[in-house]
Design a protein around this ligand. Sequence first.
Ligand code: NAD
Ligand code: TYD
Length: 348
Amino acid sequence: MPTILITGGAGFIGSHLVRRFVHHYPEYTIVNLDALTYAGNLENLRDVEHAPNYRFERADIRDPQALADVFNRFKPDGVIHLAAESHVDRSISNPIAFVETNVLGTVNLLNAARNLWGDDTSGKRFYHVSTDEVYGSLGEEGYFTEETRYDPRSPYSASKAASDHFVRAYFHTFNLPVVLSNCSNNYGPYHFPEKLIPLMLKNIRDEKPLPVYGDGQYTRDWLWVKDHASAIDTIFHKGRNGETYNIGGNNEWKNIDLVETLCDIMDEFLGREPGASRKLITFVKDRPGHDRRYAIDASKLKNELGWQPSIHAEEGFRETAKWYLENEEWLLRVTSGEYQLYYAQQYG
Ligand code: NAD
Ligand code: TYD
């Protein structure tokens, strides 16, 4: 009966992945290891916290001793590593935190797996969850493939790129059975409202300015978070060791078009005049080093492992907006305290 350690399971994507594994694999023991930073919230997993195959361990991946303790107690057969500092704007104000958690933390975790598994790695797997941002920025044309040269341009993407390199180095040097994926922007329930979509939904609800960086023509490929969880599940079980799989939604939006769409959906749900919320859109100072466009070619994942996204953009955005309106308490709790300080520093 395998034991799977998921790091960062109290965060946005991690909580969807933990929920999926707890439900889909009752024969597995799922250990959620998370330090519960500002971005981690056990409330995201309230519905599974009493499941017989679920355990939570509060530990910091920057602490090798704490990792050794968890690995020795649970002896995981698989690790799915999501714990990270994940917000580009925070990486601009405090790059060191990103080196410590994303780079050093990942190497600590690789060492913990290596120490536990030794040379006997049959049935073992270390899955590293990464981002398409490691590939840099695209012009109007083209897509990131698994062969695209790494060209990270923010402290966040540089730290994720470094962690990817370490994971591959452990495959080549120590035969650690690793697999990686690089995914586009996710959206959906439990997304911390420092990121574009939940921040806009919150501000629309509160009738506050909607801060669009620069000219608003920046483009992202958006993926429904539960589709990311299903892709990770597929790759974890069927992917080949040493391989990387790009995951994308085939769903490109310019930021301004996306924000306008969110305004229109929220106007409908809140019974406001059509166009009312668009008036809140405010163009603000651009993000330094802002990547112009991300777009993923996910054909390897489709052709080799048969995965593709399940839902269309408008449907996903409507689901998400509905969730944020129905979960005001969650929103209120995660935005009390530290969030207020961050918001004041970031947006004035
Ligand atoms: P998130 O910020 O919502 O969650 C991160 C989680 O990691 C939190 O629960 C936090 O408490 C935990 N954590 C942070 N530092 C830790 C530490 N030192 N020790 C232990 N736990 C720690 O992030 P997310 O958006 O869910 O992203 C998860 C992973 O997916 C990250 O590795 C990120 O790079 C990657 N990713 C995210 C996206 C996206 O659109 N959000 C897209 C592609 C890849
Ligand atoms: P974000 O959600 O931070 O994800 P990432 O930077 O990892 O892609 O931002 C998505 C896009 O939205 C990005 O082009 C920056 C832009 N953006 C704004 O215009 N305003 C905001 O307040 C935020 C947070 C992001």
